[in-house]
Structures are given as structure tokens and as C-alpha cells.
Design a protein around this ligand. Structure first.
Ligand SMILES: Cc1cc2nc3c(=O)[nH]c(=O)nc-3n(C[C@H](O)[C@H](O)[C@H](O)COP(=O)(O)OP(=O)(O)OC[C@H]3O[C@@H](n4cnc5c(N)ncnc54)[C@H](O)[C@@H]3O)c2cc1C
Length: 814
């Protein structure tokens, strides 16, 4: 057995498809001093028992494109390595058996068109021609993705491993990682059963074991093992080699042709977890006991769809455990807890489909030091405190597994593992009719039911349940005054002699302002892409307060702390749990506030864009004159123990002004009317402030250097190739949820990053980037004819380059 090297630039842990693909791509990018260690043999984990379906469509454009990169690689790999992958592009068929499912399928087809993926809607008869063995009696319609396909999971993995070896990667089987050595927060070496390997970078691709491996380095990888079963049949007459893969979500099942027979698996609504006490170390090339009782309901559904199965012999029922995550997406990227530690794990039974693309972007991330594109849906930094608890992770993961094939309703909330994080006002808001949603474990009021209204969500693709309540809350904020409990906001403090210098390097806007100034800013990457979008308040010469979205706590903290220049005296801490936040918004906000404070809150004394200490109803707090709804208002950030007192005082003082509780659904409608951007939807790493219409928030007019400045300056030299614009749709029957395809002068030009309804302007609103490789000017944008594809139907829309509501923002500054 060869000696294990004492040193390597990168050590990849795990010889499944993800580890092999990552090692292959690292070598392609020039990191040939890469070593892959596999505890047993290549493919001995989940990879060897995968069914091998390769579908591509996801709800995010970049993740769909990542899956497309897998397909491109699987097509080309055999020519490069000489090892067949079993890739067959026989297409993928999806069925719809109800009106709602058909709407979902049509919306999915529209998303596919937005993302440049071919997807055709079919009649039941057309679908039957593609899959003659199926009974189509209950079909409403179907969709066909011609570039989907199937692959042999072990073969493709071996082919990737050979490609990696050919480029210099050394692969060591029968070598288990047992621990890590760290120095000043960074990985320094990996310990294995065959010795120590000093390295710059470790990549944890250990599948179901990735959580345990992460723990050895103090890194949280929130995944659990769940049993997943499929049956393999003998030859079924009529099954031909080119048969498309078939997904039948209403019957919870999928099918794949396999040497003249069928592979049929599915997602039970009552999944069975595995390895509650940790995944055994010696689980190599093994399967779990087939559980026929559990599989029986799926088998019955499959028989109803494919009656010929009744006469087919069963070769085996495969029960393989696989790692699943609490939001159904995989986990990629640089771990925030440990420098030099990367993760590619938690593939939720689509690791074979993802392997090629996920390995590629992970390698690019490692080599480039930044994610190569917006990978937020799979970024390890989307997790936070709740995801450290395995009980919480398992409960939510099992819910998601059980919903794998259920309809993904717009605005749907999950039910398990709740409530966890509660604002001090939770009970009060609940008593006031709050219907809560959940983000990063926080319970947040989405909307408030009135007496006589049912205080729960009912989902549909039509006019949302609760929309009347949202309209009332929206109106209260526009015409009177409303209180929003936004306690879940993530909050940080940066302190130190060099806090200003550090922050002015990280922020695109100028934060070297007088004490008491509040600045809205983006934080950019080297390419000028927007990594964070937040508000910075200066509390003292050496003390800043930063406020960002609930879900971005881990991500933004990580980004800021990584980019504080070395040697500066600037210390970041998270203070989220110390402060409750009440946003008092609306034209009567000043009148309400002035009844509860001795301080002068007139416009002259407390103008927009300021942060000041105030006493309100006896509570010492930070008041921020800022808004995300487009009205006069303050965010009151107060120590949590005062929250109930201040809330009660606001409601009492506001009674004569018609004060109302309002929730996050109203915020969405209010912010869309004002064209305020949401990070993760309208803005993110793929878009610069210039493209997003946020040039006004960038200090390019100064000479101050900042991260991303060069990229923006270069971008200024040529016309922009994409611009974020607002679109309105007059037809009240058209519901916009985001991802609708945008057409300009008849040609596909982008898609909606956000969609919703404006209750003041009384029409549908979408935000989306118009793309044109030839460059765009204001006149060219306005001269275009625009349409949206909504659920596979074209509808007329209008473009707007200014906010639909109060474009001059005098209400905000009043
Ligand atoms: C029944 C079933 C059907 C599936 N069908 C499909 C499908 O049709 N399409 C699809 O896309 N996906 C499918 N999947 C999912 C797919 O199999 C996985 O997502 C994929 O194989 C995950 O690959 P991986 O490399 O992350 O993990 P693994 O293949 O599990 O690889 C992890 C490796 O890490 C090694 N390791 C663990 N600990 C250590 C250590 N301490 N030191 C060194 N090495 C270590 C393990 O031995 C293992 O080989 C299916 C899964 C199951 C269970």
C-alpha cells in the first residue's frame, strides 16, 4: 500500500460522487496537489445504491443551471476518461392528476423557460405516446424535459475518479479521517488512520457521515439519514431502452428503465429516519433490510399507474439510507466556523443529478476564494442556531422528505419543530390573531386575522387566503399607522478604534459619517456582486450598529468578519437576541411616538436616516428613522425586557389614530410598491448595485477604496447588460409569485425575481432584470414591449423605472 503523503494542498474526504467530482474539478482548475481519502472503497456510501435519475429543474435559476452542468459533463466524460458513465439523455416526464398540480406544472414550465431549460407541456395522450405502459385515465396533463436523463451512479463516479487521477489527484482508499488540527481558527492538518496530512484546505464530502466529520472540526453540517426505497423488476414487456424517466408526484412515485425492467421508487409521507445515534463507521456497500410494509402503499400507487408491473418479477427491494437536510437542498461552501474547511454534502436523493455541477462550483469556490455565482439556496451559511440541534434538524427534515412530492404552494410554511424562537410579544400577537411564519427558527407574524376570520393559512395558486387581512394591514400603514414586530432582524455591533476604516472598506456606501447617521449599504464581492444588503448606524466614533434580514444572520456575520482587513482594531459581535424590534410605520407614526417620549421627534430634530437613543414609554432604546414600507416611521430597537411595555404603550397611544398590527405579508406588498429590493431575490452576488438601480447608495463619487470598487468602475465604462425594473400587470386574475418569464419585444429577456400584489396601486407587481447582451439604456428599456409568461400563458405588462408608489419619497422624509 502506498505511503500517504505528509502534505497536500487540498484533502477531499469521501469517495462518493461528490468527493470524486470535487477532486476532478479541483485538478481541472490547476489544484493537482489534491488528495482524496475514502474510508472504504470509492462509491461504497450512498452512491452505489442510487437509482440514477437525473432531473434538472429546481426553483432557483443557478441551481437548475448547476444541474445542467452535470448533464453537460456526463455527456462528455467518457470521451475524456475512457470510462463509460451510463449517461442516457432519454428525457424526463412529469405527470399532473389534479387542477392544482397542473397549475404547478405549468408554473414549473414557465420557470424552466425563464432559466433556459426546455420543458414542454403535453396532453395525456401525448404523454402516453412517450410512455405507452402507463394508464392515463386520471391525467390532467404532463410535461416533458427532453434533456433530463439517467446515469449509472457507480460508473460515473469511477469515471470522475479516473479523470481526477489523470490530472494528478492521488486517491487513497481504506483511509479514514479521524480528526483535524487547527491553528488560529484555520485547518492545518487532517489526521487519518494512515497518518497526518498537512493541508491548506479540507473538503468534507462524506455524505451521511458529513455531520460527524464536521463535528470533529467544530463545524455544523445539519443533515440526518433517512431510509429511501426503490424496487427493481425483471424485464417488463414494453419497456424499451429509450424510455424517459417518469415522475408521478400525485402518486408519490418515480420510474426509470433498467435493462428492460423498471426501477420504481418514491417518497412516503411518513418517512423512516435511520442511524439516530450516528451513522456506523463500517456501513460500506451495505443496504438496510427491505421494508415491504412501508413500501406497499407506493407499490399500489405504481401498479395503478403501470398495470404491467403486476406481472413483473421483483429482483430486489433496495433500502438505502441517504442524507437529507431541513430545507431539501444540499449544503455547499466554506464553513463559517473554520477557515479552510469546505462542505459538499446533504444531497437529498439528488446527489447523482447534482454531482457534476456541485463539484464544479465547489472547486471554483475553493480555488477562487468566493462562490463563483449566487449559490444562496445551497450555501452552508443559510443555517443558524436551530440547525445545531439534531432533534430540530431531524423533525424538519422528515417533514420536508414527506412533502417531497406534495405541491409546493406559494408562501407555504413548514409545521414541524415550531415554535422555537419567539419574540417577547409572541403571546400578545397570537391573541391579536397573528398567523405566524417561520424563518431561521423565529416565529414571525405573517398576517392578523380579525374576529370571525380563520387564523390559519390555506394555500392555493389563486387569490391567497388572508389577502383581505393583508390589504387591511397595508392600508393601515399607508393611511394611519401600523406596528410590525421585526424582532427577528439579525443585529451586529462593530467596535474598535478602526471600526470606521474596516467598515468603509467592506461597505459600498460611505459610512464615515457623523455619529447618529444611518446608512443603507450593500457589501460587495470582488466582482461587484451584492453579498449583503444592510443598514449601518453610527453610535459612536468607534461603535457601529448593523441590522440585516432574519435569514442572513450567519451569512452576513461571516462575510463581514472575513473581510475586516488584517491588523485593524475592529471587533464584530452578534446582538440579535438582545434587542426586540418594533417598527412603527405610517403617516401618524410621529403623533403616536411623541405621546410616549419627552424627546423631540420632529422632522427637524430627528430627520430620516438618523439613529438616536430615545426613551419611549420609559424604555431606553435605539430609534432608527428608516423604512422598508415607504412611509414615515421609526424602527425601535429595545432591550427585550421592555418589549411588552413599549408594545402596549404604542397600541394604547395609537388607538385614537387607528393603529393596527401588521405582518410580513403586508411588508411584502408595501415594499414592492416602493420598489425596495430584497436580498436573495432581487439582489445578490450575481448583481451589482449599478444593475440593481442602487448606484445612489455607492460611494463612487469619493476616492475612498472599497471592496468591489474596481469592478463597478469597469462596469461604468460600457452600457449595462441587465437592469432591475418594475413591472405591473393590470389583469386581477393574474397572480405573480416570482420566476415568471419576461419577454421584451417578443424575445425572452429575463424573469421576475419577486412578484406580488400592491394593495394601494391595486395591481400585480413584479421586479425583474431585463437582459440584453447588446447593452441597455433608459430609452431602450422604456421603448420595449413587454409581456410576462405566467403559468405558461402570455400576459401583457408595463415597465416602470421609478417606484409605483410615492416615487419622490416625500412621505418617507416628511
Ligand atoms: C435508494 C436511493 C436512491 C437514490 N436515487 C437517486 C437518483 O435517482 N438520482 C440522484 O441524483 N440521486 C439519488 N440518490 C442520492 C444519491 O445516492 C446521493 O445523493 C449521492 O450518492 C451522495 O453522494 P455523496 O458523495 O455525497 O455521498 P456518499 O456516496 O455516501 O459518499 C460519502 C463517502 O464518504 C466516505 N466517508 C465517510 N466517513 C469517512 C471518513 N471518516 N473518512 C474518509 N471517508 C469517509 C464514505 O465511505 C462514503 O464513501 C439516491 C439515494 C438512495 C439512498
Amino acid at each position: 500500500m502506498a505511503e500517504i503523503p505528509a502534505q497536500a494542498r487540498a484533502v477531499v474526504i469521501g469517495g462518493g460522487i461528490i468527493g470524486c467530482s470535487t477532486a476532478y474539478h479541483l485538478a481541472r482548475l490547476g489544484w493537482t496537489d489534491t488528495l482524496l481519502v475514502e474510508r472504504h472503497k470509492l462509491t461504497s456510501g450512498s452512491t452505489h445504491h442510487a437509482a440514477g435519475l437525473v432531473g434538472q429543474l429546481r426553483t432557483s435559476a443557478n441551481i437548475t443551471q448547476l444541474l445542467g452542468r452535470s448533464v453537460a459533463l456526463y455527456q462528455a466524460l467518457e470521451a475524456e476518461t475512457g470510462l463509460a458513465s451510463g449517461w442516457k439523455m432519454n428525457g424526463g416526464l412529469r405527470l399532473a392528476c389534479s387542477a392544482a398540480r397542473w397549475t404547478e406544472l405549468r408554473r414549473q414550465a414557465t420557470s424552466a423557460h425563464s432559466f433556459g431549460l426546455e420543458m414542454h407541456l403535453l396532453t395525456p395522450e401525448e404523454a402516453r405516446k412517450l410512455w405507452p405502459l402507463m394508464d392515463t385515465g386520471d391525467l390532467v396533463g404532463a410535461a416533458f424535459l427532453p434533456t433530463d436523463g439517467q446515469v449509472n451512479p457507480s460508473d460515473i463516479t469511477q469515471s470522475l475518479a479516473r479523470g481526477a487521477r489523470q490530472r494528478g489527484v492521488r486517491i487513497f482508499e481504506d483511509t479514514a479521517v479521524t480528526g483535524f488540527e487547527c491553528e488560529r481558527g484555520r485547518i492545518r492538518a487532517v489526521h487519518t488512520t494512515r497518518g497526518r496530512i498537512a493541508c491548506e484546505v479540507v473538503v468534507n464530502c462524506a455524505g451521511q457521515w458529513a455531520r460527524q466529520i464536521g463535528q470533529l472540526a467544530g463545524v455544523n453540517v445539519p443533515l440526518v439519514s433517512v431510509q429511501h426505497q426503490y424496487v427493481m423488476t425483471d424485464v417488463v414487456p414494453g419497456v424499451v431502452p429509450g424510455l424517459p424517466t417518469l415522475r408521478d408526484p400525485d402518486r408519490l412515485t418515480y420510474f426509470k428503465e433498467d435493462v428492460g425492467g423498471l426501477v420504481m421508487g418514491g417518497y412516503e409521507p411518513n418517512p423512516r429516519p435511520w442511524a439516530l445515534d450516528g451513522v456506523p463507521d463500517n456501513f460500506n456497500f451495505q443496504l438496510l433490510q427491505p421494508d415491504w410494509d412501508h413500501f406497499q402503499p407506493l407499490l399500489e400507487q405504481a401498479l395503478a399507474r403501470v398495470p404491467a408491473l403486476a406481472h413483473a418479477g421483483i429482483k430486489a427491494l433496495i433500502n438505502g439510507p441517504e442524507s437529507f437536510t431541513p430545507d431539501g437542498n444540499f449544503i455547499l461552501g466554506a464553513a463559517p466556523e473554520r477557515g479552510g474547511f469546505y462542505v459538499g454534502a446533504g444531497f437529498n436523493a439528488f446527489g447523482i443529478a447534482s454531482g457534476g455541477g456541485a463539484g464544479e462550483v465547489l472547486a471554483q469556490w475553493i480555488v477562487g476564494g468566493e462562490a463563483p455565482c449566487d449559490l444562496w439556496p445551497v450555501d452552508i451559511r443559510r443555517f443558524g442556531p436551530p440547525h445545531g440541534d439534531i432533534g430540530w434538524v431531524r423533525a424538519r427534515t422528515l417533514e420536508l422528505y414527506g412533502k417531497h412530492y406534495s405541491i409546493a404552494w406559494p408562501g407555504e410554511e413548514h409545521e414541524s419543530a415550531r415554535p422555537l424562537r419567539r419574540s417577547p410579544l409572541y403571546q400578545r400577537l397570537r391573541a391579536a390573531g397573528a398567523v405566524f411564519g417561520e424563518k431561521l427558527g423565529w416565529e414571525r407574524p405573517n398576517w392578523f386575522a380579525c374576529a370571525g376570520e380563520e387564523a390559519r393559512d390555506r394555500y392555493s395558486f389563486g387569490r391567497p387566503h388572508g389577502v383581505d387581512a393583508v390589504a387591511r394591514e397595508h392600508q393601515a400603514a399607508r393611511e394611519r399607522v401600523a406596528v410590525f414586530d421585526q424582532t427577528s432582524f439579525a443585529k451586529f455591533e462593530l467596535r474598535g478604534r478602526d471600526a470606521e476604516r474596516a467598515l468603509n472598506w467592506i461597505c459600498a456606501n460611505d459610512v464615515a459619517r457623523p455619529v447618529g447617521t444611518l446608512v443603507y449599504t450593500q457589501l460587495l464581492n470582488r466582482a461587484g456582486g451584492i453579498e449583503c444588503d444592510l443598514t449601518v448606524g453610527r453610535l459612536a466614533a468607534d461603535h457601529y450598529y448593523l441590522v440585516t434580514g432574519t435569514g442572513f444572520a450567519t451569512h452576513d456575520f461571516d462575510w463581514i468578519s472575513r473581510h475586516i482587513p488584517a491588523g485593524l482594531d475592529a471587533h464584530l459581535s452578534e446582538v440579535t437576541s438582545q434587542y426586540a424590534v418594533l417598527a412603527l410605520m405610517g403617516p401618524a407614526a410621529r403623533q403616536v411616538l411623541s405621546r410616549l417620549t419627552q424627546d423631540d421627534v420632529s422632522n427637524a430634530a430627528f430627520p430620516f436616516g438618523r439613529i438616536r437613543p430615545l426613551y419611549v414609554a420609559g424604555a431606553p432604546l435605539r430609534a432608527l428613522r428608516v423604512t422598508y414600507v415607504g412611509e414615515l416611521g421609526w424602527e425601535l430597537h429595545l432591550p427585550v425586557e421592555y418589549a411588552a411595555t413599549v408594545y402596549d404603550a404604542l397600541m394604547n397611544a395609537g388607538a385614537e389614530f387607528g393603529i393596527a398590527n401588521a405582518g410580513y405579508r403586508a411588508i411584502e406588498s408595501l415594499r414592492l410598491e416602493k420598489g425596495y429590493r430584497a436580498w436573495g431575490a432581487d439582489i445578490g452576488p450575481d448583481h451589482t448595485p449599478l444593475e440593481a438601480g442602487l448606484a445612489w447608495a455607492v460611494k463612487l463619487q469619493t476616492a475612498v477604496p472599497f471592496l468591489g470598487r474596481e469592478a463597478l468602475e469597469a462596469q461604468l465604462a460600457a452600457p449595462l447588460r441587465k437592469c432591475l425594473c418594475t413591472f405591473s400587470v393590470a389583469d386581477p386574475e393574474v397572480m405573480l409569485f416570482g420566476r415568471e418569464t419576461l419577454y421584451r419585444n417578443g424575445a425572452r429577456a429575463g424573469w421576475l425575481s419577486s412578484g406580488g400584489y400592491g394593495h394601494t396601486v391595486r395591481h400585480g407587481i413584479g421586479l425583474g432584470y431585463v437582459r440584453d447582451a447588446a447593452g441597455l439604456t433608459r430609452d431602450a428599456l422604456l421603448a420595449g414591449d413587454y409581456e410576462l409568461e405566467v403559468a405558461a400563458r402570455r400576459v401583457a405588462c408595463r415597465i416602470h423605472l421609478a417606484p409605483l408608489y410615492n416615487p419622490g419619497s416625500d412621505r418617507v422624509r416628511s
